[in-house]
Design a protein around this ligand. Structure first.
Ligand code: SF4
Length: 341
């Protein structure tokens, strides 16, 4: 069994204003899985639902975000559970210790008015109550040193560190308890190229040592090329293709993935890059059928009426497109019924 199995997951932002309901379909009937010790990159344009998907996989669900259907099943070390059905106390236990998160922007994790040592202590104390203070200190200092950070960061306030150092400290904090799975949301955004390289190295080093599973979300395909083993492409709230990295970069199959890969700059190639025509749809009012159909050069009648199912095209290569299968996705009616009820 896979470490993480996501089944028919739908999560919408549902708001009401002046008697009118607005549903933003950020995560729309998604099914995929992740194996132990693999690094998966989740790519797609800004606003396609990547960050919302991560929040749901961590059960960080606050209104107006609502999970309408599906399961998020984790299985490791003899434990097996659907994260979305855990009680608050069970959830608190697995978050950080087993399932950890590197958020977008380090300031949201580090408390600006507390020294970093205190923040580390709080996290360790909450999960390792029986350990002594000396043991916390040893754990903290060993981890910080292992990741090549100076021990002085522990006695600093977040604002005293550079953006790159803060981000690396956030990664150290997220991994202090050696979690089984880590979700990293745009871990290199807003960092300069040299610092980005340091952060990528750090993630690889951690993966090597802790043997954990990672889901890295970024729109930056260069980061995926560097770190990921497998890549999932998301478009308008849906996963449209998942493949091994090499396969995805050299032979993408879904028309949107093809545009995405074609638009990347290549050393020595001066040909003009083409991107997908038009703009991504509003998630509050996506087109019927395949979400990509208004921009797709291969659109057929069936694409405008039905949603293609994500099918296994080859081993380790899944695609949702009527060019490769005639299978239609099911479940849309169920979600609509839940919204109406
Ligand atoms: Fe294009 Fe149809 Fe495939 Fe969608 S399902 S990507 S519209 S060919």
């Amino acid at each position: 069994m896979s470490l993480l199995e996501v089944e028919n997951l739908s999560a919408y932002y549902i708001t009401h204003a002046y008697g009118v309901q607005r549903d933003v379909r950020a995560v729309d009937n998604i099914t995929f899985s992740m194996e132990e010790n693999e690094i998966v990159g989740l790519a797609g344009e800004s606003g396609c639902g990547k960050s919302t998907l991560i929040k749901v996989l961590l059960a960080i669900i606050k209104p107006p975000l609502r999970v309408l259907s599906g399961q998020v099943n984790y299985s490791y070390d003899g434990k097996k559970f659907n994260l979305l059905t855990l009680e608050r106390e069970q959830l608190r236990k697995v978050q950080w210790e087993d399932i950890s998160y590197i958020p977008q922007g380090s300031m949201s994790t580090l408390n600006p008015v507390r020294k970093i040592r205190k923040t580390f202590e709080d996290v360790i104390k909450a999960h390792k109550k029986s350990e002594s203070r000396e043991e916390y200190e040893r754990l903290m200092e060993e981890h910080i040193k292992y990741l090549g950070l100076p021990l002085e960061v522990l006695d600093s306030y977040p604002h005293q560190l550079s953006g790159g150092m803060r981000q690396r400290t956030t990664i150290a904090l997220a991994t202090i308890l050696k979690p089984k799975i880590i979700f990293a949301d745009e871990p290199t955004t807003a960092l300069d190229v040299v610092v980005q390289r340091g952060v990528i190295q750090m993630l690889k080093q951690l993966h090597e040592e802790q043997k954990n599973t990672m889901l890295i979300v970024t729109h930056d395909m260069a980061v995926h090329a560097n770190v990921a083993e497998k890549i999932a492409i998301m478009y308008a709230g849906k996963i449209v293709e998942i493949a091994e990295k090499k396969e995805l970069f050299t032979a993408p199959k879904h028309p949107y993935s093809q545009f995405l890969i074609q638009s990347l700059p290549r050393i020595g190639d001066k040909r003009r890059r083409t991107s997908a025509p038009g703009n991504p749809p509003s998630l509050a009012d996506p087109p019927p059928g395949c979400r990509f159909h208004p921009r797709c050069p291969y659109v057929k009648d069936v694409c405008k009426r039905h949603i293609p199912k994500l099918i296994e095209y080859e081993e380790s290569h899944n695609i949702a497109c009527f060019l490769y299968s005639s299978e239609i996705e099911e479940g849309e009616e169920i979600v609509q019924e839940i919204i109406r009820s």
